[in-house]
Design a protein around this ligand. Sequence first.
Ligand SMILES: C[S@@+](CC[C@H](N)C(=O)[O-])C[C@H]1O[C@@H](n2cnc3c(N)ncnc32)[C@H](O)[C@@H]1O
Length: 265
Amino acid sequence: MKSLQIVLVQCQELASAEEITLSKSLNISIIVFAQLTSSTKFYLRFSNEGLSLFLNEAKAPGAVSVNFSQASMQRRMKNSISKQGIVKAVGIKRSNLPSIVDGTAGLGKDSFLLASLGCSVTMYERSPIVHALLADGLQRGATADAAVAAVIPNLQLRNFNFDATIKLDQSVDVVYLDPMFPESKRSARVKKDMYLLQRLLGGEQRARSKQENQRDEFNLLDAAKNMAEKRVVVKRGKASPYMGACKPDVEFKGSSNRYDVYLSV
Ligand SMILES: C[S@@+](CC[C@H](N)C(=O)[O-])C[C@H]1O[C@@H](n2cnc3c(N)ncnc32)[C@H](O)[C@@H]1O
């Protein structure tokens, strides 16, 4: 039997309208849990946490979903927010709320943090699976507690590859990039969410040579520089090389991350 990379597992004996719509839009099979075999690497399933992504392995970490109300997200928003590297790198001040394009939205955590400060953020996510998780999280966020629901109107989501062909509706101050994936040694395993995303999406990056990846990064950075009126901010691992081997104008170093800033001329 052909192995399936990903399927949607329906919750009841009969698939719901929501499940059927999602399986059609992602063009993936919909099955009951008993039909799941070890040849399928990942599965999606609706649960109390909303749409969740599971790795179908014995020692897999728990599921990943987008939940802006979760404790870690709330802690990050309260934790001396103005002193965080990302906020300084983007240049947010009470008197300056730049418009932002997040070219590599992922699970939307960075975008949500920036939007919670009042910035309008347009998110681009090219993976249809990650886009579906994010769209589901935004939909639930809109009816979540008041503090989360108030942030959702500041976020727009697009299912596109962010590259030089993108035509923006209006000019944008800052382009923010956090592309896949820092090389992670097993001992310093990336957090569960990023580990699952890395397993789902990192194959393409691993299959390409270092030079090809560097050229892709250079092109992505170049596209971002051409769009940003004020600056491009790139999130990197603390010891990761510069994106596309381009030295930034300013660097903000945190305990595990670095934010490289390329100022527009
Ligand atoms: C490391 S994750 C981003 C995590 C995100 N900053 C967060 O806070 O959740 C990178 C994401 O960027 C997406 N991505 C990478 N290159 C992209 C591109 N050129 N256009 C759109 N999405 C891209 C990947 O599919 C992946 O979901």
